[in-house]
Design a protein around this ligand. Structure first.
Ligand SMILES: [Zn+2]
Length: 150
């Protein structure tokens, strides 16, 4: 799909720090390129699909086990207190290529952020501090190894 960031990251048209971490028949796993923590992973369909309700049976069958596996990977590597799983895909009020964001979160973040959940994400997007590329690459490498063992 033309002018789709998610598709361009899948095809390699755009630079993806850490590279592709994992893939099933219908889904790919990448490190998030936005201003969230190192270890925040993206799960998205390989095809350009902008509505969750348009996923077909085969795509849906793979999704639950994959989200479980990715959250377990993040837990194994980083030991967070929670892994958020969310799907917004509505930048500039336009439905976009759907992508789940799996974000590690620690209880101690309360010292820096007033409220958890979407408020924490708003804080992070407002601060707009992208994780360091070397850290993203190191996490992606480790995630590839862990995902093979789960
Ligand atoms: Zn797309």
């Amino acid at each position: 799909m033309k002018d789709c960031l998610a598709c361009d990251l899948i095809t390699g048209k755009l630079d993806l720090p850490g590279g592709r971490i994992y893939a099933t028949n219908y889904w790919v796993v990448e490190h998030c390129i936005g201003p969230l923590e190192v270890g925040t992973l993206i799960v998205k369909p390989k095809r350009h699909c902008i509505q969750f309700w348009e996923l077909d049976d085969e795509e849906i069958k793979e999704l639950g086990p994959l989200l479980h596996k990715v959250s377990a990977t993040i837990k194994t590597i980083l030991s967070p207190d929670q892994v958020y799983i969310c799907l917004w895909s509505h930048k500039d009020w336009k439905p976009g290529h759907i992508h789940f964001v799996l974000q590690p979160v620690w209880n101690h973040s309360r010292q820096k952020h007033q409220r958890p959940g979407p408020f924490l994400q708003v804080d992070m997007f407002t601060a707009d501090e992208k994780p360091r590329r070397e850290e993203v690459e190191a996490f992606a490498k480790r995630a590839r190894e862990v995902m093979e063992t789960l």
